[in-house]
Design a protein around this ligand. Structure first.
Ligand SMILES: [Zn+2]
Length: 391
């Protein structure tokens, strides 16, 4: 019983420490008294935690904010110049990207390798090469962990990609264990939708929201769900498969075996195919803004917006989000049609007239799943689950 209390106390201490660090990392500038006011800890507790974080090299005191007019000059806290860093790996169908960021998610290093006719072994070689360079770029700064954001489906606990469709026929690829064994650094693996949602929650558009959805439109359509301020990660890891919710019970057959799945109507390949037909030439998603005014393309944008709208009304009625962030290549969806989608959703939900749901692009834009990879580590640190002894 005594031991159990001891464990709980340690857990609470780590959580408080994580909270204080999170406030410092996600605020442009902050003082001890700001932290005391916002996290609900005693002044003494905050002073002790800040003292520890300074001693451990995470933070430092910086210039005093000029508040001469009100007669108080609080000392501000910021990251220490040699504070520990995060490594992020984003594995998409097209490429492998590795970043190093500080704890304010400022990118210090970024390198990308395209993927082409790969095997498991060739991906591993590219991965090692990129991470070797990233660790070298981090220099003497301690590395807290490697976060891996990857296409699904995957097994988070085992750190293993199961069997992504159209991914060079690669199955059961143990990306987490491979990196942990080679570098001896904690690794955290999640799917790219969850990682992107977490990044938006900690550092992006969702910082002040407790309930929102990140909807990534790419080769497929997936969602990362933030509920009560946390990523929904329960179940067996197949939550958020928005693309395989049906919007037409007798619609065309989907690859998953169901009929009328959203993915039959609105993935990026489907959108690009329809626009190509309308425009009479191949198009890229970076051109959406221009094509939005092309009379031949307008019906395509309208129809696909409305089909997305049907699926988003369903999910909004289930989860009651404050906001829906469009991400992955979905960030290129033209503003005008994002507004159409927002109107469609707000006209369709049961709560219409009582509340409004915003539909916006992700703050990190096309880089949301990449920045989210580093956030898988930051989140462990802020939740007080990461070992305090950085490697
Ligand atoms: Zn399906």
């Amino acid at each position: 019983m005594h031991q159990r209390h001891g464990v709980n106390r340690d857990r609470m201490k780590s959580r408080n420490r994580g909270l204080v660090l999170q406030m410092i990392c996600t605020s442009p500038h902050i003082s001890r008294s700001d932290i005391t006011k916002q996290v609900g800890l005693t002044k003494m507790a905050v002073t002790n935690i800040v003292g520890e974080l300074i001693q451990e090299g995470y933070i430092r005191e910086t210039a005093v904010l000029d508040t001469a007019l009100v007669g108080r000059n609080p000392v501000l806290l910021d990251l220490a110049p040699s504070s520990p860093v995060l490594v992020g790996v984003y594995l998409s169908r097209e490429d492998l990207t590795v970043i190093v960021t500080d704890l304010k998610l400022r990118t210090m290093y970024k390198q990308r390798q395209p993927l082409w006719q790969e095997t498991g072994e060739s991906i591993t070689q590219k991965l090692y090469c990129l991470v070797d360079q990233a660790l070298e770029a981090a220099g003497t700064r301690p590395i807290l962990g490697i976060g891996i954001s990857a296409i699904g489906p995957l097994d988070r606990q085992a750190g293993m990609l199961l069997g992504p469709t159209e991914f060079f026929g690669i199955h059961e690829y143990p990306i987490g264990p491979l990196l942990r064994q080679r570098y001896g650094i904690p690794t955290y693996v999640d799917n790219d939708m969850n990682a992107a949602a977490l990044g938006e929650k900690l550092f992006g558009q969702g910082k002040t929201m407790d309930n929102f959805l990140y909807v990534g439109i790419t080769h497929g359509i997936g969602a990362g769900i933030i509920t009560n301020g946390r990523l929904y990660q329960d179940g067996s890891g197949f939550a958020g498969e928005l693309g395989h919710t049906s919007i037409c019970y007798n619609g065309p057959l989907c690859s998953c075996g169901n009929r009328g799945c959203l993915e039959v109507y609105a993935t990026m390949p489907v959108i690009l195919g329809a626009l190509k037909k309308a425009a009479g030439r191949p198009v890229a998603c970076e051109e959406f803004q221009v094509l939005a005014d092309d009379p031949a393309c307008i019906p395509v944008f309208e129809e696909i917006s409305d089909r997305l709208g049907v699926a988003l009304v369903n999910v909004a009625n289930l989860l009651d989000p404050q906001c829906i962030l469009l991400g992955h290549q979905g960030v290129y969806w033209p503003r005008r049609y994002m507004e159409r989608l927002e109107r469609f959703v707000n006209n369709g939900i049961l709560a219409r007239g009582h509340r409004a749901i915003r539909v916006e692009p992700a703050a990190f834009g096309i880089d949301a799943p990449l920045m989210g990879s580093a956030c898988l580590v930051a989140s462990e640190l802020f939740e007080g689950r990461l070992s305090q002894d950085a490697v």
